[in-house]
Write a protein that binds this ligand. Structure first.
Ligand SMILES: NC(=O)c1ccc[n+]([C@@H]2O[C@H](COP(=O)([O-])OP(=O)(O)OC[C@H]3O[C@@H](n4cnc5c(N)ncnc54)[C@H](OP(=O)(O)O)[C@@H]3O)[C@@H](O)[C@H]2O)c1
Length: 275
């Protein structure tokens, strides 16, 4: 373990923070890939990459903001080349389910010549507790352009556990793990489960892609609005409405259920409204 150094890119994000914690608890040496780390890593400043990769044996790669953004594939390819030059053995890529751009990035990693594991995740439960939907949950209305589709909402704890296994055990080399929760949920059903756990009403409001775009323009500007609207158009059309067995294959256990996620977030106080 002490002869390994694992770089976690996105170390302060939803998946990265859990991966760093778990690796350290298991006794691995970890370098945090973050713009504010002692040795910084910045996707927008490739000149930071070689120092961040120096001495690294395996790297977790979560791209920000999303693999669908212009230039993401080129950056993933350049990172794989820099990792090869630095002598990195393995990359573990966080990818998104049912997304063409994510698939293209998976292929880049698959063909990089490095050992790899692909972690292809469904829509995150933690979008409701740590992501952009926390505010709407607290306001009681979650508006998404998702109609009445069902999604096998995945728990980020499971994604992190699979990534940690992949980073630390060569038996996961060459594997593609699709990570979903154990059941399909409509967003109406998800909101009802959040309401029950949080103790106040939370409703799902279906909106059009145009309404979503308008809302995102106010939050993030035209590029963010365009790309995230396209991601919603591509992923929230119901074609991801089936379960996968990535957690079972990688970890030999069942994925965490959305109800358990809701109970633990409610207990943590994150969904407590300010008095
Ligand atoms: N949300 C979903 O439902 C979902 C589903 C499937 C896949 N995904 C994928 O998940 C990935 C995001 O992972 P996540 O949710 O764990 O992360 P996250 O919570 O969105 O956090 C991303 C981290 O990226 C870092 N970051 C921001 N700008 C950066 C830059 N220029 N260079 C380097 N780091 C930067 C930030 O760290 P610092 O501020 O410390 O630098 C931040 O902590 C995306 O690629 C997305 O496609 C998401």
């Amino acid at each position: 373990m002490q002869d390994q150094l694992i770089l976690v890119i996105g170390a302060t994000g939803k998946t990265g923070i859990r991966i760093v914690k778990s690796l350290r608890e298991k006794g691995f040496n970890v370098r945090e890939g973050s713009r504010s780390a002692a040795i910084p890593f910045d996707w927008e400043r490739p000149e930071t990459w070689s120092a961040a990769l120096e001495g690294v044996t395996a790297a977790y790669v979560s791209y920000f903001p999303d693999l669908a953004f212009p230039g993401a594939a080129e950056k993933i390819e350049a990172l794989a080349k820099a990792a090869t030059l630095a002598g990195v053995r393995k990359l573990v890529l966080l990818s998104g389910r049912g997304e063409a751009h994510a698939l293209a990035c998976e292929e880049i990693v698959r063909n990089s010549g490095l050992a790899f594991t692909l972690v292809r995740a469904a829509w995150f439960a933690q979008n409701f507790s740590e992501g952009y939907l926390l505010g709407p949950v607290l306001d009681g209305v979650v508006a998404l352009p998702a109609g009445d589709i069902k999604e096998p909402i995945a728990d980020v704890d499971d994604i992190a556990d699979v990534a940690v296994a992949a980073l630390t055990d060569a038996r996961h080399d060459g594997e593609l793990y699709e990570i979903t929760g154990p059941r399909l949920l409509s967003f109406t059903e998800a909101a009802a489960e959040i309401s029950a756990a949080a103790g106040f009403p939370v409703h799902y409001q279906p909106i059009t892609l145009e309404q979503f775009h308008e809302g995102m323009l106010d939050i993030g500007g035209p590029l963010i609005a365009d790309v995230f609207t396209e991601i919603c158009r591509e992923t929230l059309d119901g074609h991801n409405a089936y379960l996968a067995d990535g957690v079972q294959r990688a970890l030999g256990r069942e994925p965490r259920d959305f109800a358990e996620f809701c109970r633990s977030v409610a207990a943590s106080g994150v969904w407590r409204k300010a008095a």
